[in-house]
Design a protein around this ligand. Structure first.
Ligand SMILES: [Zn+2]
Length: 86
C-alpha cells in the first residue's frame, strides 16, 4: 500500500489472505452514463473502466437502436417523432 492511494478517490477493500486480512485500495467505478437530453441514468450501458470498455464487444456497450447509449428510450422516441414531423 502506498500513501498516495489513501484518499477518497480510492475505496478500501478488505481482502482475506491465507494468514491475515489486509486492506487494499481500489479505484471507484466510473459514473453511470446519462441521457444527453434529460440526464436520466441510461440502462444497458456498463459502468466499466475505459480499458474494460475497449475489450468489450460493441453490442455490450450500448443498446442496439438509434441513439443507443446517447438518449434514453423516451427521449429517442420524442426526437424521432420531431424529426418525422419536421
Ligand atoms: Zn432522456
Amino acid at each position: 500500500m502506498e500513501l498516495k492511494h489513501k484518499n477518497r478517490s480510492f475505496r478500501k477493500v478488505k481482502v482475506k489472505l491465507a494468514s491475515r486480512v489486509t486492506t487494499q485500495y481500489k479505484r471507484r467505478k466510473p459514473a453511470h452514463a446519462q441521457c444527453a437530453k434529460c440526464r436520466k441514468e441510461l440502462h444497458g450501458v456498463p459502468r466499466a473502466f475505459p480499458v474494460e470498455m475497449k475489450n468489450m464487444p460493441k453490442t455490450k456497450k450500448r443498446p442496439e437502436r438509434p441513439y443507443g447509449g446517447v438518449l434514453c428510450s423516451k427521449c429517442m422516441r420524442e426526437t424521432i417523432l420531431e424529426k418525422v414531423k419536421a
